[in-house]
Write a protein that binds this ligand. Structure first.
Ligand code: ADP
Ligand code: ADP
Length: 226
């Protein structure tokens, strides 16, 4: 079942010193429940793709459909996880995880209970009243993921989520995060320049080999050895 449809998107950025073509008529689909990794060198348009899917950025041409509806502006059903954890240092872990619900004015008893359960399930039970600085970088990324899950997004977008971590923690944390995404049965699109990380976390890898990313140099690899 097609869940996200990227249809013929192009993106040209206009800057003071001219124009940058970031995406050139790119198309691909993401199926429901799939964890897709998009890999490619720096500057090939990976972040641009995520920004367009999230609705933060409007493509120059083409369109994105989620659940067969055209994406226009940001959407509650999309959760974004960034390179750094973006946790508020003066707020406890629990308070951080509740931020999304607070913003959406959905801080009711049922949702708070659900958030406690998420924290308990994923090893953060004893850390609810700790502050971000008391946790390791890997643990903080786990908190960031749970904060994203708290708003119950249907689609998760992860932009180089582990690039701030050292190599050893990356390996452990990336497996950890992939398992949470699978258990929660989310569809996810992750961007990374680390091919090993892409292969270990996802079940499908799209490799962008040129700049700008275009349909002609997209390599779509299904990982089916289970
Ligand atoms: P990646 O995530 O693969 O590193 P990006 O999507 O960040 O690639 O960038 C693709 C290209 O678009 C690069 O050449 C980059 O410099 C350019 N670019 C990205 N964002 C902007 C922007 N806001 N304004 C101008 N150019 C941009
Ligand atoms: P990444 O490659 O990890 O996506 P970058 O360091 O390329 O991140 O970009 C960081 C931010 O700067 C992004 O918001 C991107 O849109 C913006 N950006 C990137 N390239 C340019 C550029 N040439 N001009 C203006 N903004 C840019």
């Amino acid at each position: 079942e097609k869940f996200v449809e990227i249809k013929n998107i192009s993106m040209n950025y206009h800057t003071l010193d001219g124009e940058t073509e970031a995406l050139d008529h790119l198309s691909f689909d993401v199926n429901k429940g799939e964890i897709m990794a998009i890999v490619g060198p720096s500057g090939c348009g990976k972040s641009t793709i995520l920004s367009i899917i999230s609705g933060l950025l409007k493509p120059t041409s083409g369109e994105v459909l989620i659940h067969r509806k055209v994406v226009e502006g940001t959407n509650k059903s999309v959760g974004y996880m960034f390179q750094s954890d973006h946790l508020f240092r003066w707020r406890s872990i629990l308070e951080n995880v509740l931020i999304g619900l607070e913003i959406q004015k959905k801080l009711n008893e049922e949702n708070i209970h659900r958030v406690h359960k998420l924290l308990d399930t994923y090893g953060l039970k004893e850390f609810k009243n700790h502050y971000p600085n008391q946790l390791s970088g890997g643990m903080r990324q786990r908190v960031a993921l749970i904060r994203t899950l708290a708003i119950e997004p249907e689609l998760l977008l992860l932009d180089e989520p582990f690039s701030a971590l050292d190599y050893q923690s990356r390996l452990a944390v990336s497996d950890d995060i992939a398992e949470i995404i699978r258990k929660e049965k989310k569809t996810a699109i992750m961007v990374t320049h680390d091919i090993a990380e892409a292969i270990s976390m996802s079940n499908r890898v799209i490799v962008l080999s040129n700049r700008p990313a275009t349909i002609k140099n997209i390599h779509d690899i299904q990982l089916t050895c289970e």
